[in-house]
Design a binder for this molecule. Structure first.
Ligand code: NDP
Length: 333
């Protein structure tokens, strides 16, 4: 049972009073600070909803861990992810968005105003909530991978690539993230192995071309990672190469860094008791809207999008969520 559920912040509960700070009433609470959250904040602030945005563990969202963003409209020369997120934050704050540090630790969406607790101590009573918590990088799940996390294993080339200047690294995955991470690492590292489990990559054609034309990237098609090896830090990996239907061959590579780039998990666990999700965990919204199954709770960005997952589509859905919340609140009055 969550901490929150032992406590009703609507009641003056003397026994528990010391455990929680005073509840704050807000018209529109936005959870998550990626392009979806900040765009929702810009629209909500301009509609006088006085939004409060809870930034979450990864302030700025996934884009803060990316390098160049070349496909966001309005930046003809491209922009780095962190700069774009700072721009979005500044734009949201310009219209009065209240940006808070902290992580939402529990929610109660069973009645309005919705109870949302930040860092186990700060309750908010929200007339409407926009969930924009995005998705988190996945790892392969190997024991050896866990052992070397922070000692050669990472899921963020932009965060950790610098440490591998002139060294050898491997990236696992065949999507756009893997292609992007491999390209970025190739500009720093001596040699990049891109480990792809299928005989082809699912990344966009442009990204595949870029990867295949980069001299220090070697794409290892039909390879799976068996183990990341080393003593205190990563020094290699053991791969298994598929050789036709039944045949396999073990391949050892010497590497100093191992980057997982195999996709993301939607950050919806906290809401599942109240909010309908699909089998993977993506929040279900009513098609063409940002509405969830709970009236007054909306979802925007990667948390509800398993298909497009782009910064610009996340921003667009953040706009939709703010407009839906504004309409919802107007109807309640
Ligand atoms: P994807 O889900 O597209 O790709 C994941 C990749 O990881 C697939 O190639 C998959 O293999 C592989 N994979 C999954 N599990 C394993 C495993 N256990 N072992 C080995 N390989 C595994 O995720 P991405 O993060 O790459 O992309 C997500 C979305 O974001 C996409 O829509 C993408 O286009 C978009 N994106 C866009 C960018 C841009 O426009 N600049 C940059 C980055 C992402 P398999 O193919 O065999 O299933």
């Amino acid at each position: 049972m969550s901490f929150f559920k032992t406590l009703d912040v609507n009641e003056d509960n003397d026994k528990k009073a010391g455990e929680l700070e005073t509840a704050e009433n807000v018209k529109c609470l936005i959870i998550g600070s990626g392009p979806a959250g900040y765009t929702a904040a810009i629209y909500a602030a301009r509609a006088n909803l006085n939004p409060v945005i809870i930034q979450g563990m990864e302030a700025g969202g996934q884009l803060t861990t990316t390098t160049e963003v070349e496909n966001f409209p309005g930046y003809p020369e491209g922009v780095t992810g962190p700069v774009m997120m700072e721009d979005l934050k500044a734009q949201a704050e310009r219209f009065g968005t209240d940006v808070r540090w902290g992580e939402v630790t529990s929610v109660d969406f069973s009645k309005r105003p919705f109870n949302v607790i930040v860092d186990n101590k700060k309750p908010f009573l929200a007339e409407s909530v926009i969930i924009a918590t995005g998705a988190t990088a996945k790892y392969l799940g190997l024991e050896s991978e866990t052992k070397f996390k922070g000692a050669g294993v990472s899921a963020c080339a932009t965060c950790d690539g610098f440490f591998y200047k002139g060294l050898n690294v491997a990236v696992v995955g065949g999507g756009d993230t893997a292609a992007e991470e491999a390209s970025y690492l190739a500009s720093l590292a001596k040699q990049v192995y891109l480990i792809v489990r299928k005989p082809y990559m699912r990344a966009s054609k442009a990204m595949i071309k870029r990867v295949e034309n980069t001299p220090n990237i070697e794409v290892l098609y039909e390879h799976n990672t068996k183990e990341v090896t080393g003593t205190n830090v990563v020094t290699g990996a053991t791969l298994v190469k598929r050789m036709g239907e039944a045949d396999e061959q073990e391949v050892k590579i010497k590497i100093d860094g191992f980057f997982a780039a195999i996709g993301h998990k939607p950050n919806s666990d906290l809401f599942k008791e109240y909010i309908d999700t699909d089998e993977i965990g993506y929040i279900k919204t009513i098609p063409g809207t940002s509405k969830t199954n709970v009236a007054g709770v909306f979802a925007a960005g990667d948390i509800q999008d398993s298909i497009y997952r782009q910064a610009v589509t996340a921003a667009g859905s953040g706009c939709m969520a703010a407009l839906d919340a504004e309409k919802f609140l107007a109807e309640q009055e």
